[in-house]
Design a protein around this ligand. Structure first.
Ligand SMILES: Nc1ncnc2c1ncn2[C@@H]1O[C@H](COP(=O)(O)OP(=O)(O)OP(=O)(O)O)[C@@H](O)[C@H]1O
Length: 301
C-alpha cells in the first residue's frame, strides 16, 4: 500500500520549472531514496510533501492527507530532519529533546534516542557549541522523537564521520524494521545502495529512473568489467568472438573488457584453451555510482 503518492508534481521559480512533472509512490515500510545532482529538484519535491511549499500543479498525498490542507494531521505522523538554523544557539541538547518530546502525545524516550545517537555525553552542551556531526545527530533524534509513521531525512549523514555514519544507518534500518516508512534524500551512493529498497533518480526536475539499487546497476551499460595482463598477446579474432563484450581496450600490456558474466566465463575458457596466464586478474561490477553518473549525464554538452 502506498503511503506517499506524488502525481504530476510541478513547481517553478520565476517562471523556471525546477520540478517538472514528478510522479512516484512510496510503499508503507520501505526506505525510498531520492538521488540526483545539485539543483535537480529533490528538496523542493520533499518540501511539497512536508507542506512547506505550495505546488503549482499535481497531487501530493501522505498517509491519505493533502499536505496543503492537512498540516495538523501531517505533523502527527511525519518526522522531518530539521535544517541547522531552526534551533536556537543557546538551547542545550537535553532542552531540545525535552521540548520536542512535549509536542507529541506519545513521544519516544529521548534518553534512549540520545544514547543510540551517541549524544548522552552532550546533553548539557548548548546547540551552538556542538560540532556539525553532533548537530546532525540531534536533528535525527528530533525527527524520530514523535514516533512518526513517515520520516523524511534530507542529507541524513552529511558531516558525520564514518563510524557515526554506520551507526546511523543501523538506526535507520531498525526504524524501518519497526514499520516506519523512510524517505531519504542523499548524495552518498554507498548509503543509498545499503539502505534503500527503491530509488528515484532525479534529473532536471524529472524522475529519470525508478528502481531497486540492483535494478539501477543492471541498467547501467558498464556491466561487468574484467581486466588482466595476459602472459602473451591474445588473438584479435578470438577477442572479437567474445559474447556480450561491449568494449575491449588494450593499454600497456593490459586488457580491459566491458561485458557481462557470460563474457567473463568466455574469457576464462579462452585463456585456458590458449594456455595463457592472466596476471593481475580483476573482475568488478558496476556500482550505483556508475549507474547514477550514466543516468544523470548531460548528453547535450
Ligand atoms: N525559494 C527559491 N527561489 C528560487 N529558486 C529556488 C528556490 N528554492 C530552490 N530554488 C532553485 O530550484 C532548483 C532546485 O532546488 P532544490 O533545492 O530542490 O534542488 P536539490 O535537488 O535539492 O539540490 P541539492 O542537491 O543541491 O540540495 C535550484 O536551481 C534552486 O536554485
Amino acid at each position: 500500500m502506498a503511503i506517499i503518492e506524488v502525481n504530476g508534481l510541478r513547481k517553478a521559480y520565476g517562471g523556471r520549472p525546477v520540478v517538472d512533472g514528478v510522479s512516484f509512490a512510496v510503499e508503507e515500510g520501505e526506505i525510498f531514496g531520492i538521488l540526483g545532482p545539485n539543483g535537480a529538484g529533490k528538496t523542493t519535491t520533499v518540501e511539497c510533501l512536508e507542506g512547506l511549499r505550495e505546488p503549482d500543479a499535481g497531487a501530493v498525498c501522505v498517509a491519505g492527507f493533502d499536505p496543503r490542507t492537512g498540516r495538523d494531521e501531517l505533523t502527527r505522523i511525519l518526522g522531518v530532519q530539521l535544517q541547522e538554523s531552526e534551533l536556537q544557539e543557546k538551547l542545550t541538547v537535553r532542552e531540545a529533546l525535552e521540548l520536542y518530546s512535549a509536542f507529541y502525545p506519545d513521544p519516544a524516550g529521548w534518553r534512549e534516542l540520545a544514547e543510540r545517537l551517541g549524544l548522552t555525553g552532550k546533553l548539557t552542551t548548548r546547540f551552538g557549541k556542538l560540532s556539525g556531526g553532533q548537530k546532525q545527530r540531534l536533528f535525527i533524534a528530533l525527527a524520530l522523537i514523535g514516533r512518526p509513521r513517515v520520516v523524511v531525512l534530507d542529507e541524513l549523514t552529511t558531516g558525520l564521520d564514518p563510524r557515526a555514519r554506520r551507526d546511523t544507518w543501523k538506526l535507520i534500518e531498525e526504524v524501518r524494521d519497526s514499520g516506519v516508512t523512510v524517505l531519504l534524500v542523499t548524495h552518498f551512493m554507498e548509503e543509498a545502495q545499503r539502505l534503500c529498497d527503491r530509488i528515484a533518480v532525479f534529473k532536471q526536475g524529472r524522475v529519470a529512473a525508478l528502481d531497486t539499487p540492483s535494478g539501477l546497476i543492471r541498467r547501467s551499460a558498464g556491466g561487468t568489467v574484467i581486466s588482466f595482463a595476459p602472459s602473451r598477446s591474445l588473438d584479435d579474432g578470438d577477442l572479437a568472438e567474445l559474447p556480450d563484450a561491449q568494449t575491449i581496450e588494450r593499454r600497456n600490456g593490459h586488457l580491459t573488457i566491458h561485458g557481462t558474466d557470460t563474457t567473463v566465463n568466455a574469457v576464462i575458457s579462452l585463456l585456458a584453451r590458449r594456455q595463457i596466464t592472466a596476471h593481475q586478474l580483476r573482475v568488478t561490477d558496476s556500482t550505483l555510482d556508475d549507474a547514477f553518473l550514466e543516468l544523470t549525464e548531460d548528453r547535450e554538452n
